[in-house]
Write a protein that binds this ligand. Sequence first.
Ligand SMILES: [Zn+2]
Length: 162
Amino acid sequence: MQSHCFSRSRQPILNDMPRKPSHRCLTPRCRNDKAPRNNHCYACLKRQYRHRHKMRDAWQHLKDNSKRRGIFFDLTFEQFESFCVETEYLHKVGKSKMSYSVDRIIEEKGYTAGNLQALTLSDNSKKENERRRAKKTLIYDWTTRWATVTKSIITPLNESVI
Ligand SMILES: [Zn+2]
C-alpha cells in the first residue's frame, strides 16, 4: 500500500526491525515491564486494586503511615470499616480544610478501636497546635533562677468532637 510505503520512508530503522511481542505494561505512559501472566506491571496492578477497594486502601494507608510515624496501630479492617460507615469518612476525605481526617482522641493510645474520631483537617491542626502549646509551658522560678519545662495535661477539644 502506498501509505505504508510513506511511513516506512519516514521511519526506516523502526520498520525494518523484527516485530517482538511487547513486554511493556499497557497503562499509557507507564514504562515498566509486565507482571507474569498480566498485561500490567505490579505498580499499576496495585494502583488498580486500591482504586477498586477504596476502604481497604484507606485502612492500609493509615496503617503504613502510622508505622512510618511510629504510632501504635491496633485496628482491624472491620473496626475501621465500621468507623468509616459511622462517620461517612470516605465521602469527606480530601485535602481541603473541611475534609475529614482520622484523629486519635487520646494521642498516646494510638489508632485503636474506640479511640478514633473524624475531625476536619482544620480542627485537627487546631488540636495539634493546642497540644504543642500545652506541652511547652515554661515555669521560671525567680528565687532560684531556674526555668523548668512542664508537661501539662492535654485538654480534649470538646466542641469539635463529632
Ligand atoms: Zn504499569
